[in-house]
Design a protein around this ligand. Structure first.
Ligand SMILES: [Zn+2]
Length: 468
């Protein structure tokens, strides 16, 4: 089956075919964080969505090179460094970016989201990569210098507005020249900004200055993945102007650039846009705490909504995700607890399990339809519980786990085999409960707890889990 992805550039579902003549190697570039604050739940959603895409491509046999940049020079960083004070603004900027990037990495590790293969930092690629690229644009006549700044001439760029589906007239209405800018046309955007006192700056043919945000992604993506590469991703809020400008810059330098443009929808908190001023800013750490420290609950919450749709973070939605995840985990442990998996490689997979596997794979191939893929995992649990055959149950649980792993789920899941003595005790506990001798039942539960094991009662019966 071929994966189909919604391509913002063509505005339709396109069959995914890599540029690699061998059809194996895939390059992905995703716009990374601007590092000036602690990572929030929106960062986690975007990072996770592209991790799922990466994992699923690997599962389908592709060799993926995943590049995600770090924007570590930006007005927001400079503002934050100013607020924090100190005499050396450049050192303060460095302190802000180093601290924030560390927090970002830690948050992704905590969530079990893979780090990129290459993670270029903008500040390390200014000279000569970005300055050379800007020189090339100037030479091609796609850009012009004005007062120590360099601007991209939008009207000279053929096809500008194609990605965001806007005409130059639409854009003209919203464009303006800010004080201090030297644009010839309000539509133009800065490739290079002349240095302001104390701010981080680099030497260039146009004097001291720093690069614009858009140029860094065009330069770093093509440097790492080639002039033409497969997938460029980011949040839907980046389509215009950031990605539109990335394309214009690449084309201005004669580079074909990315084939597939994949954008994730945004996240709201209790129905509202997340912002510090509204006081509803949710950090990754807070979200994890709300999930009882279980990253998979947060992932199931994300997976429950298609990646292109907006998603609403709320206690109710987290609770639903938690219930759903626990049902899967309970099933897994119950199989491990009660049905010793005989080596069942030879066993024939029953039709209802095959059916759920197919549902999962066709859902994922259909533009990563994770809500349907999750429903197939639920279906495997149902099929497993419905079967009285322990081998079938084992196959259902193994399928659930293997397919879940392509979504980055269940990575920390360890099965717990019960000893014959423990099984005997659990049977005694059941009998005690039936006799309504809860004191005896509770004592057995306490004894298990002392061994680091948690007995939980579910609608399908008891399950023993290792305590977290
Ligand atoms: Zn970018």
């Amino acid at each position: 089956m071929t994966l189909r992805l919604h391509n913002t550039l063509t505005r339709r579902l396109d069959e995914f075919r890599p540029l690699d003549p061998g059809g194996k190697r895939v390059g992905i570039y995703v716009c990374g964080p601007t590092v000036y604050d602690v990572p929030h739940i929106g960062h986690a959603r975007s990072a996770y969505i592209f991790d799922v895409l990466r994992r699923y491509l690997a599962f389908k046999g592709f060799t993926v090179t995943f590049v995600r940049n770090v924007t570590d020079v930006d007005d927001k960083i400079i503002d934050k460094a100013r607020q924090e004070g100190g005499t050396d603004l450049k050192a303060a900027c460095r302190a802000v970016t180093e601290r924030s990037l560390k927090a970002y990495h830690e948050a992704l590790d905590r969530l079990g989201i893979q780090q990129p293969d290459v993670e270029p930092k903008a500040t390390e690629r200014v000279v000569p990569d970005m300055t050379d690229f800007i020189s090339k644009l100037l030479m091609q006549g796609a850009a012009y210098e004005a007062g120590g700044d360099v601007y991209f001439a939008v009207r000279k760029s053929e096809g500008y507005g194609r990605l965001s589906n806007r005409t130059l007239d639409d854009l003209q209405a919203g464009a303006r020249v800010e004080p201090g800018e030297h644009k010839q046309d309000p539509l133009d955007f800065a490739l290079w900004k002349a240095a302001k006192p104390e701010e981080p700056s680099w030497k260039s043919p146009w004097g001291l200055g720093r690069p614009g945000w858009h140029i860094e992604c065009t330069v770093m993506s093509t440097k790492e993945l080639g002039d033409a590469f497969d997938i460029h991703g980011g949040g839907v809020d980046l389509v215009f102007p950031h990605h539109e400008n990335e394309i214009a810059q690449a084309r201005g330098a004669g580079k074909p650039f990315a084939t597939y443009w994949v954008h994730n929808g945004l996240l709201t908190v209790n129905g509202e846009k997340m912002s510090k001023s509204l006081g509803n800013f949710v950090t990754v750490e807070e979200a994890l705490a709300a999930c009882g420290g279980e990253p998979d609950v947060l992932k199931v919450f994300f997976l429950g909504t298609h990646y292109r749709s907006p998603i609403d973070y709320s206690a109710t939605n987290l609770q639903a995700a938690s219930g759903r995840y626990r049902r899967m985990v309970h099933f897994f442990h119950r199989v491990m607890n009660t049905e010793l998996p005989t080596e069942s490689g030879e066993a024939v997979t029953p039709a209802d399990i095959l059916d759920q596997q197919d549902r999962f794979l066709s859902a994922m191939d259909d533009d990563l339809n994770t809500p349907k893929a999750l429903a197939a995992l639920d279906g495997l649990v149902t099929a497993g519980y419905a079967s009285s055959d322990s081998v079938h149950r084992f196959i259902a649980s193994r399928s659930m786990r293997t397919l879940g792993e392509t979504l980055g789920l269940f990575t920390g899941l360890k099965g717990w085999r019960l000893s014959p003595e423990q099984q005997q005790l659990l049977r005694k506990r059941e009998e005690a409960r039936q006799r309504r001798n809860f004191a005896e039942a509770d004592k057995i539960r306490t004894d298990f707890a002392a061994q680091g094991l948690l007995i939980e009662d579910t609608p399908e019966g008891w399950v023993v889990l290792p305590k977290r």
